[in-house]
Design a protein around this ligand. Structure first.
Ligand SMILES: *[C@@H]1O[C@H](CO)[C@@H](O)[C@H](O)[C@H]1NC(C)=O
Ligand SMILES: *[C@@H]1O[C@H](CO)[C@@H](O)[C@H](O)[C@H]1NC(C)=O
Length: 666
């Protein structure tokens, strides 16, 4: 490690630096307005811990035991994880498994991820390159690895382990610089997804001691990656070529769903280096708004059954697109120039975290579909006639690796990165409770426990322990900002409340060594309806999208290793139902959370609804899926059916046709 300072920067880089320095001012990195807490500082509790523990015990800890892409990975000298020369599965898995192990302090998983991280670090090339080196232009798969390394580093105490990670990172960035100097260019995936790597470069710049001569060299590398990577803002999101319709042909790198999800962070990430957080947010938010406007789905995601798919609720969204959207939006919130802008990005994350993410995972976390849909009545192996356009016949099936293996390895980051971002810190001794979920945080400002089962709950408590006075700044979720009259706040006698747009500020005086109840919030959660011309009506309770319970049944097609299996899922109740224009949706029934928070058939929340059954003529089938959602005639018979959270179903109807009086249809 001691040789690092002597070896960096490499001679070639020095020459380039000298040339660049003549024209460019010293690059700097501005701190984000909100500080991220280190991985492991926020610990999940309640239902979130159950869900993350299920994940840890299912695929996250078992893939290394039986799935060749990780068990025999080329990153540790094996002959697997080489699909299409991508080598992405092991880094994808580590990008989620590392923070998951740290947040749960799961000893089994910690030992596993440490053996992988150690093995990969030990194999770092003499030139500093990381991972299998069969194609000099294959940069992409290093990008998720560097994010895993950053999260790993973040959790370590000051000392040798931390310095070792830094040395690995600086040597890798040096190797990358040399390759770029030698004429290697950013191709396809690397070019489209480069801002994830720039985030890691910035992360390791922050880790440098003040005044380090490495900072300028690394920021120059970041600037070069930014310049040489695809300009998503000008070339896509803010251009007339952006896809405002479902993509047919030609499908390109720009129309690819996961690329779009990753690209949302471009403006936000670059803002730290440009210093213009307003512009950075404008770019990121424009990207997300375009995706939602033309391809948005009721679950909070956008459709991309490989390529952008429009707003038909039967079109699919890839699981990778969901977790990548969440990560991009979390960064967008953190880097937002004002609280008001942060709120927008957090609202978007919340919708994804409570709907689209669990809605694309089986309740035991052993299987997933490649594509989830807002409306579907079956998810089968080998659907040769299907409504999605660019993926294969198994894309809707729940299984180990339906359609492609990427989501099997990439979904792991969803919950851990979400949990890491439940709290942030801000200047003036402020701790921000950004999204509600049961958790405990140990920050430099205070120790806070958020006791709740939200979103399966209508109250929460903040228990605090703090040596110094501090401000707890609590974001209100969108549904409460829209209906603040239902909110009740109880405060401990030494807590003073002030309001800021969209947030509650609790000024908490210094208190004993004992944790005490500082604030209790409660609210009413009524079912609400949101409508749009393309997607009819959807029902929400708080942040939860509700879906028609089809009493799904699943049959096992293939038993794989351990509890992994492929499943066919079918509906046993009719799906062709319309929502009356004046729907009767109460009452909301709450029950306790079982060992699987999103257990099919045993969900903590349900709503009984009177719905209007439709005929096949009124709502036709389109390529084995529900056809477009169009208004239908009222004065239909009504039946009682149950709505449950979208994520408590594997197949469902969540975008309903609305029954209109005859005169409105004429
Ligand atoms: C890993 O590779 C070895 C040697 O080729 C093989 O025997 C073993 O079955 C492989 N393991 C998995 C999980 O694929
Ligand atoms: C998008 O382009 C328009 C017109 O060229 C410009 O006014 C606007 O600032 C751009 N927005 C972003 C976020 O770059």
């Amino acid at each position: 490690m001691g040789s690092l300072a002597r070896r960096r920067p490499a001679p070639m880089a020095v020459l380039l630096l000298a040339a660049a320095a003549a024209e460019a001012a010293e690059p700097t990195l501005s701190p984000p307005r909100w500080q991220r807490l280190a991985t492991g500082q926020v610990r999940p509790e309640g239902w979130l811990r159950k869900q993350m523990q299920l994940q840890a015990e299912a695929l996250t800890s078992h893939l290394p035991l039986f799935w060749p892409n990780i068990a025999n990975t080329s990153w540790l000298g094996g002959n697997s994880d080489v699909d299409g020369g991508l080598h992405e599965n092991t880094p994808y898995w580590l990008n989620g498994a590392v923070p998951l192990a740290l947040q749960l302090q799961d000893t089994n998983l910690l030992a596993l991820v440490e053996s992988y991280m150690n093995g990969i670090i030990t194999r770092q090339g003499k030139d500093g390159w990381l991972g299998p080196d069969t194609d000099r232009s294959d940069i992409w798969s290093r990008i998720p690895f560097m994010m895993a390394l950053a999260q790993y580093h973040e959790s370590l105490p000051q000392g040798a382990g931390r310095l070792r990670c830094e040395s690995v990172a600086y040597r890798f960035f040096d190797a990358l610089t040399r390759r770029l100097d030698e004429g290697v260019t950013l191709q396809t995936w690397s070019s489209m997804r480069i801002h994830d790597l720039i985030w890691s470069v910035h992360y390791f710049v922050d880790a440098l001691p003040p005044g380090s001569h490495l900072a300028k060299w690394m920021l120059d590398l970041a600037a070069r990656l930014h310049r040489e990577g695809f300009n998503w803002n000008e070339g896509w999101f803010n251009s007339s070529s952006f896809a405002t319709r479902p993509v047919l042909d030609p499908a390109t790198m720009e129309t690819h769903g996961v690329n779009n999800a990753q690209a949302v962070k471009r403006g936000a990430v670059w803002a730290r280096q440009s210093g213009d957080f307003a512009l950075g947010f404008a770019e990121s938010w424009l990207a997300w708004s375009q995706l939602r406007r033309f391809h948005g789905q009721p679950s909070g995601a956008f459709s991309a059954d490989e390529h952008l798919g429009g707003r038909l609720p039967s079109r699919g969204t890839e699981l990778c697109t969901v977790v990548e959207s969440m990560w991009s939006l979390l960064l967008t919130a953190q880097m937002a120039p004002t609280d008001q802008e942060a709120l927008k990005a957090l609202d978007a994350v919340e919708a994804l975290a409570f709907n689209a993410l669990p809605g694309s995972l089986s309740d035991d976390l052993w299987s997933h579909p490649y594509l989830q849909m807002a409306n579907s009545y079956q998810a089968l192996f080998g659907e040769d006639v299907h409504v999605w356009v660019h993926d294969g016949p198994n894309a809707a099936m729940y299984g180990l690796e339906p359609n492609y293996p990427c989501c099997t390895s990439n979904f792991h980051q969803g919950y851990p990165k979400f949990a890491s971002s439940l709290f942030f810190e801000e200047e003036e001794n402020r701790l921000i409770s950004a999204i509600w979920a049961p958790s405990k945080v140990r920050s430099s400002v205070a120790e806070v426990e958020l006791r709740t089962e939200y979103p399966f709950d209508t109250s929460l408590e903040y228990w605090v322990q703090n040596a110094e006075p501090f401000v707890l700044k609590v974001r209100l979720p969108l549904f409460l900002r829209e209906a603040p009259e239902s909110l009740r706040v109880w405060l401990h006698e030494d807590v003073v409340q002030s309001a800021a747009d969209g947030f509650l500020l609790f000024h908490i005086s210094a208190a004993s060594t004992k944790s005490r109840l500082a604030a209790r919030l409660s609210w009413a959660a009524k079912a609400r309806v949101q409508s749009s011309p393309q997607q009819g009506a959807s029902v929400y309770v708080g942040p939860l999208l509700m879906a028609l319970d089809l009493k799904e049944t699943r049959t096992k097609r293939d038993q794989l290793a351990f509890s992994a299996a492929n499943w066919d899922t079918r509906a046993s109740l009719p799906w062709q139902m319309a929502l009356p224009r004046q729907p009767q949706l109460d009452p909301v029934v709450w029950s306790s959370i079982g060992p699987r928070p999103f257990q099919r058939g045993r969900c903590p929340l349900s709503v009984s609804a009177r719905l209007a059954p439709l005929t096949i003529e009124q709502w036709p089938v389109l390529s084995n899926a529900p056809g477009p959602v169009l208004p239908v005639e009222e004065d239909l018979l009504e039946v009682e059916r149950t709505l449950v959270p979208y994520a408590c179903t594997s197949i469902r109807i969540s975008a309903f046709p609305v029954a209109q009086p005859n005169t409105l249809l004429a």
